[in-house]
Design a binder for this molecule. Sequence first.
Ligand code: K1U
Ligand code: ZN
Length: 171
Amino acid sequence: MALLEILHYPAPALRTRAEPVNEVTEEIRKLAEDMAETMYAAPGIGLAANQVGVLLRLFVIDIADDDEPSQLRVFINPEIVEADGEQVYAEGCLSLPGVSEEIKRAEHIVIRALDAQGQPFELSTDGLLAVAIQHENDHLNGITMIDKVSTLKKKKMQRQVQRAVQEANAG
Ligand code: K1U
Ligand code: ZN
């Protein structure tokens, strides 16, 4: 397995719609494994392929707490087929370091996707898992949290990201 570089806003890949995966091959499974390792190392609860510069429709999620067994989920060519209700959650984003912002999303969703074996599945879920799925699905469509806030908040978030990246580069 390998750690991948996580791109930071405003990298062009974060603004680009990803393409469907044609076939779930060993190469795609290896990418999903590397993305999972990168997500755990960050640490984070999700990671979309755009965030590591790969423009394919695939993301990984694990919302298990540190004291729980890991529950890695791989979503390939995901489609949110139902979305209802409303919830607000203070989200983070590994591509927007230093930022936490309350984002309004659907409370309950139904998603269809392929798993790492290429098998179709459907998941009906709510709460944090639904938030994380919507966040990662937005990444695949070239949308980040910064596109969901007011112009004033957007400017604040851009400054926060610049500062966090500078601090990280300074060591
Ligand atoms: O896609 C990403 O940028 C990953 C992002 C996912 C996410 C977090 C919160 C709400 C919606 C989507 C993150 O994982 S940010 C880091 C984070 O949430 C976290 C980090 C350490 C422990 C627990 C959570
Ligand atoms: Zn993100």
